[in-house]
Design a protein. Structure first.
Length: 263
């Protein structure tokens, strides 16, 4: 029977065994998948001209009218630009970032068994099932957005329910969408709270990372977390197999010869 302490100890051991490689892969995952600080551009318009006479007030009204006029003129352009930016962002996420996430998970699954190469982060691009991986991970994100927009709390629950999908694809990139979602749901059945507590157990480390401007996170916390999550996946996968929810044909492991020959 696994415990959170055991998962973290095993993750730490696997990470330290291949330290610099794990640091490099975790940096890639954190940069692309984990997301960075958002940048917000804001323009404050101050139209209080502080005129005390009627002429000044009239000029203030004129400037306000001009602003409204220009906003109305450029609003369609702004909307189109935002839609194009949104479409580009979705495409980058679906065709690049999600696939890197899959490859990173593949790397840490392999690393728990033996030293592996940083190039495994490209596994999703070169396993012969690229579009299947793109489709399934895109649908995962789409469903999560839908659940979150409708109901915040169920959206969080679904995020934990779908959490294993990327790992499942890292083992078997040709699996069907239906089975990927079903297996992830069955793996996380009864383990969502444990996954949430596991996330919380790294909160102190993340605060320390923030206090050091990310230095501790880069060299220790992030690879430690990714290695531990690989241990968590392996543990819940083993339980799912014992219950008959999946088998070694669907999830052959990361040492499956057919895939290993490609790297």
């Amino acid at each position: 029977m696994w415990t959170r302490k055991l998962l973290k100890e095993n993750g730490k051991t696997a990470f330290k065994r291949n330290y610099w490689s794990c640091v490099a892969v975790s940096f890639i995952l954190t940069l692309l998948v984990g997301g960075g600080a958002g940048v917000t551009f804001r323009k404050n318009w101050n139209t209080d001209l502080n005129y005390n006479d009627s002429i000044g007030q009239g000029m203030g009204g004129y400037y306000n009218a001009q602003i409204v006029k220009y906003v109305a003129l450029f609003l369609p352009v702004i909307i189109i630009a935002c839609l194009i930016g949104l479409a580009i962002g979705i495409a980058v996420s679906a065709f690049l970032i999600n696939v890197i996430e899959l490859g990173g998970n593949r790397y840490f699954l392999e690393n728990r068994e033996h030293k592996t190469k940083v190039s495994q982060v490209l596994f999703g691009f070169s396993n012969g099932n690229y579009m299947n991986c793109v489709k399934i991970l895109f649908l995962r994100d789409l469903y999560l957005v839908g659940w979150t927009l409708l109901f915040i709390i169920p959206g969080i629950v679904k995020a934990y329910e779908y959490r294993m999908i990327s790992y499942i694809l890292a083992e078997n990139p040709r699996i069907s969408k239906e089975r990927a979602f079903e297996i992830s749901r069955q793996m996380m059945d009864g383990h969502k709270w444990e996954a949430f507590v596991l996330d919380l157990s790294f909160l102190g480390w993340q605060i320390l990372s923030g206090c050091t401007m990310g230095i501790v996170g880069f060299f220790y916390v992030n690879p430690y977390m990714f290695a531990t999550y690989a241990e968590f996946y392996t543990a819940v996968k083993s339980e799912a197999m014992q219950r008959g929810a999946t088998n070694s044909i669907e999830l052959p492991g990361v040492g499956y010869p057919e895939f290993a020959e490609q790297f």
